[in-house]
Design a protein around this ligand. Structure first.
Ligand SMILES: CSC[C@H]1O[C@H](OP(=O)(O)O)[C@H](O)[C@@H]1O
Length: 350
């Protein structure tokens, strides 16, 4: 298997390495991931995260195990376990289904490796394509608000929503970014702020609660977010807090876009009500584990509700920015995100 590298993932001499995103930005620690247990733990703990990234990491681990001689039954078990590692981002299920198909081939070992490599290489291309489509939407000097992290840490390429912003910046459109900190795990404050700083994109870090006042003051020109799963009717599951942004954006007349590769589309989900929402540990809400140790500020036994995602109805989305083009509400209502629709290539899984 060819060596490969990216911002948060490497394969060297048939060994998978992942950048531990739970330690960023204070510490850049690479983890050698040699088996399914290690990757499932890394996905659960969001050491590796982002809808495309967890799919690609899972696929490349199975390919590494195939390269190391695991038999077909062991690989099939690995695919099944990894498919269940997180319930909301559909990219993971699509990737594992593709590898399960490869395992059914006569030359299954080579087919698994080729399928995983194609997923990794393909995601880079999907990011570039959707960034080009999305950047065309962006006007000069726009102040763009984004949520969570959707850049090179969350994908194999330049990212989804953050890829659009990066491309607009590279086109000298003079954009600036409001970065939602994104409670409870602070993917925005820790990861998006770090990525934009590295790229030299002007940004201001804000608390999630500040978005409303900024839109009321007319200081937000557009909202662009990522997605973990997009239903056939255009409903979008994304990081918790996204739905609130969509309501605010619609109330204040701010265009709201979702950026995602077509591998995030799930035509098997008719609407967002069918999308499983991951529930996460109470401790994440009660306090933040910082580099200096536990900083818990809530009562240790405070009852908590901690859904990792919410669903934004299609009625609140103005643009779906995909690698296959930009689609508005009329196109989505006409079936653009379903099998055979303009947004979903015929060969795409799901
Ligand atoms: C391009 S990443 C899409 C999506 O994944 C993130 O979730 P998590 O950090 O829990 O993996 C977030 O919802 C992003 O918008």
């Amino acid at each position: 298997m060819r060596d490969r590298s990216g911002m948060a993932l490497r394969v060297e001499a048939d060994r998978l390495y992942l950048l531990d995103q739970s330690r960023l930005p204070q510490e850049q620690r690479w983890l050698a991931i040699d088996d399914v247990d290690a990757l499932v733990e890394a996905i659960h703990a969001l050491r590796t995260r982002g809808a495309p990234m967890i799919a690609i990491a899972a696929a490349l681990l199975v390919a590494v195990r195939a390269e190391r001689g695991d038999d077909r039954d062991a690989l099939a078990e690995a695919v099944a376990r990894l498919r269940r590692a997180r319930p909301t981002a559909v990219n993971l299920m699509h990737a594992m289904d593709a590898l399960a198909d490869a395992l059914a081939a006569p030359d299954w070992r080579a087919a698994v490796i080729a399928s995983a490599e194609a997923l990794h290489d393909g995601d880079r291309a999907l990011c570039d394509a959707l960034a080009a489509h999305g950047a065309a939407l962006i006007g000069a000097g726009e102040r763009i608000l984004t949520h969570c992290n959707t850049g090179g840490l969350a994908t194999a390429g330049i990212g989804t929503a953050l890829g659009v912003i990066r491309r607009a910046h590279e086109q000298d459109k003079g954009v600036s970014v409001w970065v939602d900190e994104t409670r409870p795990l602070l993917q925005g404050a820790r990861l998006t702020a770090w990525e934009l700083g590295e790229l030299g994109v002007p940004y201001l870090l804000i608390t999630d609660s500040m978005a409303a006042g900024l839109m009321a003051a007319g200081r937000v020109d557009r909202v662009i977010v990522g997605a973990d799963r997009i239903a056939a009717n255009g409903d979008v599951a994304n990081k918790i807090g996204t739905y609130g942004l969509a309501v605010l954006a619609r109330h204040h007349g701010v265009p709201f876009a979702v950026a995602a590769p077509h591998t995030t589309l799930d035509p098997a989900c008719a609407t967002g009500t069918a999308i499983p929402i991951e529930q996460r540990a109470a401790a994440e809400v009660r306090g933040v584990t910082g580099a200096a140790g536990e900083l818990c500020w809530a009562p240790a036994d405070a009852p908590v509700d901690n859904p990792a995602f919410d669903v934004t109805p299609a009625a609140l989305v103005d643009h779906w920015v995909l690698d296959t083009g930009v689609f508005d509400a009329a196109a989505v209502a006409a079936g653009a995100l379903t099998h055979g629709g303009a947004g979903l290539p015929a060969a795409a899984p799901g």
